[in-house]
Design a protein around this ligand. Structure first.
Ligand code: DAH
Length: 344
């Protein structure tokens, strides 16, 4: 580098400095960029070693004047942190440790979506205990002790009995919330409940000993199957889009009469061209159990079935989550593998 080149480099650095000042760069950054060991001015001053004594004197004093003006600026600058206050190996410009953001679990997100959808239809939320009594879980729902429908809902029993002599058990469904709510409140009622339920099941891709359900019911005067149908249709369209259709198939649950399986048109068929693994190419998915509340259930709650009518429905939240998030194996929801959950 010759004298002329050195001078033009110095004037370029001066413009860099003016720009840094006008852009209000932090003084630590300016100090690092110009004055640190590898700072641009330090490097330029080091170039002087190959110049003649006269040039060293002339150019050195120009360089030092510039250095002085930078130092003056830094000591007057409001964000100045002088070297004396901060140990030299502390670099305040380094970014911090990344703080991992949590996110809502797919089951929670699905539950919230369901609750918001049902609350638009006027349903309010109630909760029931997970450790339930045989009376609320079965008997008041019209499953007498030897009823064969109990076989489908084997569960875990606790070694305690309540004052009626009824067993304590882990609830097998959210339907007991119907009984608890109706026994403590009067119609008109539009209520939903969500939460964990338990069954004595072996774990596989679509079964688990713990899963999540939605329960809903309406008890009022003159409620008919068409109210149930409208409610199901509005709910399903809100969850899966307005193209979703529903149809009812006969089904049996002791606490409703008539009982129905609500099937939803498969919204995944269109993306699988002919061979749909989600509905096994039937075009329909059975997602909800429903029906008109049985007169025996109303009687157990102290309601007159000639006066009050109503509908009830129940669904697996895990199944909804699997459809909404494209999960094919239910176990992925509970293994808490962050590599899976992060991609949902
Ligand atoms: N409790 C039922 C079950 O777990 C689901 C159900 C079916 C709930 C029909 C209802 C209903 O309220 O009307 O299998």
């Amino acid at each position: 580098m010759n004298r002329q080149e050195w001078l033009s480099k110095l004037s370029a650095l001066k413009s860099d400095f003016d720009r840094a000042v006008s852009e209000k760069k932090l003084s630590q950054d300016i100090e690092r960029d110009f004055l640190s060991k590898k700072g641009s001015l330090s490097l330029l001053l080091r170039e002087l070693s190959s110049f003649s004594i006269e040039e060293k004197k002339e150019l050195g004093s120009l360089g030092n004047d510039f250095k002085k003006s930078i130092l003056e600026y830094l000591s007057a600058s409001p964000d100045n942190i002088s070297k004396s206050k901060v140990s030299s190996d502390l670099d305040l410009t380094l970014c911090g440790y990344p703080y991992p953001h949590g996110s809502v679990h797919p089951i929670t997100a699905t539950t919230e979506k369901i609750i918001s959808s049902m609350s638009k239809l006027g349903f309010s939320l109630e909760y029931g205990p997970l450790v339930e009594m045989d009376y609320f879980n079965f008997e008041a729902l019209n499953f007498p002790p030897d009823h064969p429908a109990r076989d489908m809902q084997d569960t875990f029993y606790l070694p305690h009995k309540d004052e009626r002599g009824s067993d304590y058990l882990l609830r097998t469904h959210t339907s007991p919330v119907q009984i608890r709510t109706m026994q403590s409140r009067k119609p008109p009622l539009r209520v939903i409940s969500t939460g964990k339920v338990f069954r004595s099941e072996a774990v596989d891709a679509s079964h688990s000993f713990v899963f999540h359900q939605l329960e809903g019911f309406c008890a009022d005067k003159n409620i008919s199957m068409s109210d149930l149908k409208w409610t199901m249709e509005s709910f399903i369209k809100d969850m899966f889009g307005s193209a979703a259709k529903i149809r009812f198939a006969p089904s049996y649950f002791p606490f409703v009469e008539p009982g129905a399986g609500v099937e939803v048109s498969c919204v995944f068929c269109s993306s699988h061209k002919g061979k749909c693994p989600v509905c096994k190419s039937t075009g329909w998915l059975e997602l909800i159990g429903a029906g008109m509340i049985h007169p025996e259930v109303f009687k157990a709650c102290g309601y007159d079935p000639m006066e009050t009518s109503g509908f009830a429905f129940g669904a697996g939240i895990d199944r909804f989550a699997m459809l909404l998030y494209g999960i094919t194996d239910m176990r992925q929801l509970f293994e808490n593998d962050l590599r899976v959950l992060k991609n949902l």
